[in-house]
Design a protein around this ligand. Structure first.
Ligand code: DAT
Ligand code: MG
Length: 149
């Protein structure tokens, strides 16, 4: 079953959007298999955002993601990687459609509330970076027959 890594950034936690964000993924029908509150180290932040190392915004991005608690999550379901990216919305909240998390709650690219893996390879990398195997819980929701034909 496909899995993705999502993280509610410090702005989402400070703005009390944790429940709202989790609700959107839960009610869509995806399954939560990993969840923890993390004070992100600079080392973890730099590994997580390694692909952006040369970008001008990299230092402020690392400062931001290490500035307060982050809710790290792994979600499971058919097509969850691409679907979660749609639920999250465009990188710049001003371009994100209403109805998406960033479109509904954000106004600035440096405060865009949530991270989501963008492809199967990055999902695998990010899940392994943030979670130990034993922190992930495989379970079968009883609503499964009501979500899948
Ligand atoms: P996404 O988070 O939608 O996958 P990304 O991987 O391109 O976007 O960038 C990672 C984060 O870096 C993004 O969530 C916010 C920040 N960022 C991206 N582009 C930026 C820019 N032009 N100015 C400031 N921050 C930016
Ligand atoms: Mg990205």
């Amino acid at each position: 079953m496909e899995r993705t890594f999502l993280a509610i950034k410090p702005d989402g936690v400070q703005r009390a959007l944790v429940g709202e964000i989790i609700r959107r993924l839960e009610t869509k029908g995806f399954t939560l298999v990993g969840l923890k509150l993390v004070n992100v180290s600079r080392e973890l932040a730099e590994q997580h955002y390694g692909v952006h190392k040369e970008r001008p915004f990299f230092p402020s991005l690392v400062d931001f993601i290490t500035s307060g608690p982050v809710v790290a999550m792994v979600w499971e379901g058919d097509g969850v990687i691409a679907s979660a990216r749609k639920i999250i919305g465009a990188t710049n909240p001003l371009n994100a459609e209403p109805g998406t998390i960033r479109g509904d709650f954000g106004i600035n690219v440096g405060r865009n509330l949530i991270h989501g893996s963008d492809a199967p390879e990055t999902a695998t990398y990010e899940i392994g970076l943030w979670f130990k195997d034993e922190e992930l819980v495989s379970w079968q929701p009883t609503i499964t027959p009501w979500l899948h034909e």
